[in-house]
Write a new protein. Structure first.
Length: 426
């Protein structure tokens, strides 16, 4: 019997992207940069490397005469070492790491764009989104879903039970909570929300996701957002219907430029909320331009360590925040009275206010104050972040604290009590 030596086995596996490659980024001696993506690919200095899977579990990445050895350590960062072209050997510094989740369901962490609805009724036929109208869906790994549906947003839960082939099986949505704004272009948002509870199965084929309604009611066809699967998905910017905020899912570093070798500006812990300022591809991965919610240093982080942030009302804020614009044009969602005062020691009275909401805790509250003036107070993800001030009133200091279900806000000597119901509705 002919023997097959380990080296031969390793060679036979060369170039195959392994599902066991951990998600990491590392800086190695001799200027070598190594990082991986969710597809199991490894990049060396921005180029896809050939992979050799060793019998002992070690993975060697090879590109242009450079070798990087990766030893997975389960839920701990991998051990990574490098061999440069001049044969210099050294240990690599792990810059970021995310443990693989073996229990994550199929489709977890994917982003989709609606292509069409195929009705089984010949009288209806195929319905497609109107030109320029966006319908997207994020299937998060924690079992939650966030949708941008025309000018509305929906959030809820999803569950999947794959069949033996892994490309099809049972699929269900839980109840979806959706906004009910009147969009300028009538679309498919209401039908998607109403019919979501009747979806029973899925089929994944050639970067298309087919979600079928029960009793042959029809099929929703979704395409991977960003095109084919040859590269990581590029999330949409808020102005194109993407998330307004990201939540950090693993410890990572903010970079000055979209590269793992760029200068570190600061580090973020899991759970940190960031403003989304757009994403781009660089060095075989996706980098997102971010800034901490409420202000701070601006830079780039790797997109695989981000997910759309969930606001206090349970929704993921998607699309542009137009609350200040609508408030400026007098287009408000609600009005009423709130407690206010305008001098040191003055007892609280009542002021008229109106609010323009943009969903997800984004809102602009406009309060009528003495002498025919108004004061605008801005909220993001349910938190007060500032007020409209000017040189004429001396740019007074803005402060905010929370008491129960209300925000106690000071703008100089002005005081306001704004309840959560004014921001979220209800």
């Amino acid at each position: 019997m002919k023997k097959v030596f380990p080296a031969v086995v390793a060679t036979l596996l060369a170039g195959i992207a392994s599902a066991e490659v951990p998600l990491f980024a590392a800086k190695c001696p001799s200027g070598i940069r190594a990082d991986s993506n969710a597809k199991g690919q490894v990049y060396l200095n921005g180029k896809v490397a050939k992979l050799i899977q060793r019998p002992d579990g070690q993975i060697t990445a090879q590109s242009a005469g450079v070798y990087v050895d990766i030893t997975p350590q389960g839920d701990q960062p991998p051990r990574v070492s490098s061999t440069a072209r001049d044969k210099t050997v050294g240990e690599c510094e792990i810059l970021s790491f995310k443990a693989l989740d073996p229990t994550a369901p199929p489709l977890a962490g994917t982003h989709w764009r609606l292509v069409e609805f195929q009705s089984m009724d010949d009288r209806q036929g195929i319905t497609r989104p109107a030109e320029g109208v966006l319908y997207t869906m994020w299937l998060h790994g924690d079992g939650t879903v966030a949708m941008q549906l025309n000018c509305n947003r929906a959030t809820g839960t999803w569950a999947v039970a794959p069949g033996s082939d892994g490309a099809s099986g049972r699929f269900e949505f839980g109840p979806l909570a959706a906004t009910r704004a009147l969009c300028r272009s009538p679309g498919m948002d209401e039908s998607i929300v109403a019919q979501s509870r009747f979806i029973r199965s899925y089929l994944l084929k050639q970067d298309r996701l087919y979600l079928s309604l029960m009793a042959d009611g029809g099929i929703y066809v979704w395409a991977r957002d960003g095109g084919t699967s040859t590269g990581p998905v590029l999330p949409a910017a808020p102005e194109n219907g993407g998330p307004r905020n990201w939540e950090v899912t693993a410890a990572l570093k903010l970079r000055e430029q979209p590269t793992a070798s760029s200068r570190t500006l600061t580090s973020y812990r899991p759970g940190t909320i960031l403003d989304s300022l757009g994403c781009q591809r660089a060095e075989g991965r996706v980098w997102c331009d971010v800034q901490p919610l409420g202000g701070g240093p601006r830079g780039y982080v790797a997109a695989e360590y981000l997910r759309p942030a969930i606001s206090p009302d349970g929704s993921a804020a998607m699309g542009p925040d137009d609350s200040a614009l609508r408030a400026g044009h007098g287009r408000f969602d609600a009005s009423g009275h709130l407690s206010c005062a305008f001098g040191v020691g003055q007892p609280m009275g009542q002021c008229e206010f109106a609010v323009a909401r943009a969903g997800g805790g984004y809102a602009t509250v406009v309060v009528k104050i003495p002498h025919g003036r108004t004061r605008a107070i801005f909220f993001r993800m349910g938190k007060p972040v500032g007020a409209g001030t000017s040189q004429a009133d001396g740019y007074p200091e803005f402060r905010a604290t929370r008491e129960g279900d209300s925000h106690l806000i000071r703008v100089g000597n002005e005081r306001y009590e704004i309840p959560d119901a004014a921001i979220f509705g209800g």
